[in-house]
Design a protein around this ligand. Structure first.
Ligand code: HDE
Length: 750
């Protein structure tokens, strides 16, 4: 593993003293560093080693105060007699209570609820032609990263399963300093100018008079804002879609949203959009599931991420780039500076350039996940900003918000935030300074310290791209930002039938919770501009009179560069079209009672686990469960403590007792609910009795009167007295598909 530059910030285990350097030579460049900044290739463990310096791992033999004074008694306060008043001199009590009183810091004003993980990023091939960023040029570099996933609206303790945008923020600890890619799981945003962000957030957060509802956009103030600000409509389509309900943080895409710039060593700039592509594919759940999971396990996503990493199923994402030349800023039928627009992958393909692997859980939630401070303005040489007006407000906001949240300007010294690249400057003092500068000259220029720290060589330091700018000061929106509906329509038209149905139902749900009729009416008016049918479908369920059909003015949502071949739908925007790489890490519930057929259990578990799935045995009691041979089966959960919404699929093996499951109301509910949520369901031999009891509409089962020995019916796979291999192969294929919406879900009240 490559070693870190010895000049990294103190404290260090070894070599913390800075090597003395000779005073700068006289001459025009006497104020510049003779060598470039750190060039050592980073290794994946560099940040881990850095954090280890701060982790308290030593055994804790004796209880002490913060001052190190040994404490022999911590259960009673110091009193004047056993029943007397507590004495003020009890410094141990005072310290303990004081520390407790001040444990909380302000939660993030948005994205308060989050989960983090450590990992590393490695580029596949050098992007030297595009960027001077070392971590994108050096294929040997395993750049340490910390990622924090989040919801936006809810408070720190709110559910993971809110209908919401997810944050996907990545801190790259590169050899040239920290680069923060602070993105979301949706490629566009609600508003075009950061000036409107406080308005948006005040509208979507709980209402000011009663602080309700928590972590939900289904209320008047959000939809009032939406109805008055049509630029929100494209993002509203995304938030009402299945994208707002990811199955897992490990199974969602990420986007930088804004157009960035890449600048190469020669100073040539191109525009660029960043994407994260999950290697497990992108999958979602249904709103009914989300609501139920919120009650059963509001840490569902946090637990999923944590467990996957603990089990060695490291989440992986490829970093993708869409690169566009400067001149093409407006060549695709919209303005690349407008963050309510996306560049369809069919117009400019996403080039996958490297891989992110998350392979380590934090050791302390507060110190790492809570104290991590991302900042859009943290860019390294070779990456720069565009003039997106939303981005520019963000360039200010992130550092500013940490001043309150993390108690002053020294938050970059916190272990999770400090770069692995050396930090030397003239900043000093402030709340919570932890390093001890020993320099005598905290100013530039100076002669006392040989003018140190020296300025970086121009070729190595950050240089802002010398974009030619002109314009009069004005508070105006560019006309090129005015089309608010074409891409909203493009998104809608890109959805598969079931996805569109979910989106329609989401709008019905949200708007049915809006109390004021005039707000609902205005939103329907906006929906009409996207699609008349959508407007009618929504209006019919929310007490708004059917809007008279109007001709939707369709413009090209995007076009190919040469102006031909307009893009009205982008297949890449549909989750249905996403790659379905396999069943790795999918969770399967195996329902069984004592005397279950061990041969069936073994065949199912072996086949599913060999493909990387996880099988949980669920029965009516914990402990080893007798099977039909001598070997018991370990039970993971009971029917009382879990539910089908926590699983991707359910399977019932045979055995003489399996038929009893058909009389167990919880087991029947388990299967019906899994079916209702379009999940794969499987059963072998006697286990099929439970499927029969669940009365799954429109499904053919094996072994039924005249039925065959093996049937695969819309993701319900059953096998009676037939080849278990054929069963497991078909069941695995059904799980790979994720969901089966070709079922008759209406008749179950879906
Ligand atoms: Fe943020 N955003 N944001 N945002 N954002 C914050 O920074 C802000 C926007 C995003 O896990 C805050 O440290 C403004 C877009 C993520 O710690 C704050 C505007 C995108 C996270 C802030 C936006 C994001 C934040 C709150 C409009 C996707 C969580 C606490 C101009 C590209 C980072 C904090 C984490 C957090 C401001 C819009 C993503 C207040 C002013 C667009 C993932 O600074």
């Amino acid at each position: 593993m490559a070693k870190k530059n010895p000049e990294s910030n103190p404290p260090r285990k070894t070599g913390t003293a800075r090597p003395d350097r000779p005073a700068p030579a006289a001459g025009p460049d006497a104020h510049r560093a003779a060598e470039t900044s750190p060039s050592a290739t980073p290794g994946r463990d560099d940040k881990h080693e850095d954090l280890e310096l701060f982790r308290q791992r030593e055994p804790r033999p004796t209880l002490t105060t913060d001052q190190g004074i040994p404490i022999p008694h911590t259960d009673d306060s110091l009193k004047a007699g056993p029943r007397g008043p507590t004495l003020l001199e009890d410094f141990h009590l005072r310290e303990k209570i004081t520390r407790f009183d001040h444990e909380r810091i302000p939660e993030r004003v948005v994205h308060a609820r989050g989960s983090g993980a450590h990992g590393f990023f490695q580029v596949y091939e050098s992007l030297e032609d595009l960027t001077a960023a070392e971590f994108l040029r050096d294929t040997r570099a395993r750049t340490p990263v910390f990622v924090r996933f989040s919801t936006v609206v809810g408070s720190r303790g709110s559910t993971d399963l809110a209908r919401d945008v997810r944050g996907f923020a990545t801190k790259f600890y590169t050899s040239q300093g920290n680069f923060d890619l602070v993105g979301n799981n949706m490629p566009v945003f609600f508003i075009q100018d950061g000036m409107k962000f406080p308005d948006l957030v005040h509208a979507v957060k709980p209402e000011p008079h009663n602080e309700m509802p928590q972590a939900a956009s289904a209320h008047d103030t959000f939809w009032d804002f939406v109805s008055l600000v049509p630029e929100t409509m494209h993002m509203v389509m995304w938030v009402m879609s299945d994208r707002a309900l990811p199955r897992s943080y490990r199974m969602m895409e990420g986007f930088g949203v804004h157009t960035f710039r890449l600048v190469n060593a020669a100073g040539r700039s191109v525009l660029c959009k960043f994407h994260w592509k999950p290697l497990l594919g992108a999958h979602s759940i249904l709103w009914d599931e989300a609501q139920k999971i919120s009650g059963l396990d509001s840490d569902f996503h946090r637990r999923d991420l944590w467990d996957a990493i603990e089990c060695g199923n490291f989440p992986e994402y490829e970093l993708g780039l869409q690169v566009v030349s400067e001149e093409d800023e407006q060549a695709y039928g919209f303005d690349m500076l407008d963050p309510t627009k996306l560049l369809p992958e069919e117009v400019v393909p996403v080039r996958r350039i490297g891989k992110l692997t998350l392979d380590r859980n934090p050791t302390n939630f507060f110190a790492e996940t809570e104290q991590v401070a991302f900042c859009v303005a943290n860019v390294v040489p070779g990456i720069d900003f565009s003039n997106d007006p939303l981005m520019h407000a963000r360039l200010f906001s992130y550092l500013d918000t940490q001043l309150t949240r993390l108690g002053g300007p020294n938050f970059a010294e916190l272990p999770i935030n400090r770069p692995i690249a050396p930090v030397h400057n003239h900043q000093q003092d402030g709340f919570n300074r932890t390093t001890i500068p020993t320099a005598r000259a905290m100013y530039h220029p100076n002669s006392i310290e040989g003018n140190r720290p020296l300025l970086a060589e121009p070729a190595a330091g950050f240089r802002h791209f010398a974009e030619r700018l002109s314009g009069s000061k004005t508070r105006e929106r560019s006309e090129s930002f005015f089309d608010h509906f074409s891409q909203a329509r493009m998104f809608l038209m890109s959805q598969s039938g079931p996805e569109r149905e979910h989106l329609t139902n989401a709008l019905r749900f949200e708007l049915a919770k809006v109390e004021r009729l005039h707000i609902r009416e205005r939103v329907v008016g906006l929906l009409q501009k996207i699609d008349g049918q959508l407007a009618q479908d929504v209006a019919s369920k929310i007490g708004v009179s059917q809007p008279a059909p109007i001709a939707v003015v369709t413009r090209n949502a995007a076009r190919m560069k040469d102006g031909r071949a307009p893009v009205d739908a982008s297949p890449a925007l549909s989750l249905t079209n996403q790659p379905k790489p396999g069943i790795k890490t999918r969770k399967v519930a195996l329902l069984a009672l004592p005397l279950v057929a061990k041969a069936d259990v073994d065949a199912i578990c072996t086949a599913l686990c060999s493909q990387g799935a996880k099988v949980d045995v669920i029965s009516d009691a914990l402990g080893p469960m007798p099977s039909d041979d001598d070997r018991p089966v370990d039970v993971d959960h009971t029917l009382w403590t879990t539910a089908s919404v926590l699983y991707d699929a359910v399977v019932i093996p045979g055995g003489s007792s399996a038929k009893l499951l058909a009389d167990n109301a919880r087991a029947v509910q388990f299967v019906r609910e899994a079916f209702h949520h379009a999940k794969p369901v499987g059963a072998t031999n006697e286990g099929i009795a439970l499927l029969r009891a669940a009365a799954l509409p429109g499904i053919e089962l094996a072994g039924a009167k005249g039925g065959r020995g093996f049937v695969d019916s819309k993701g319900v796979v059953s096998a009676s007295g037939s080849d278990l291999d054929a069963f497991t192969a078909a069941f695995i294929a059904a799980i790979r598909e994720h969901r089966h919406f070709d079922r008759d879900l209406e008749s179950l009240g879906a």
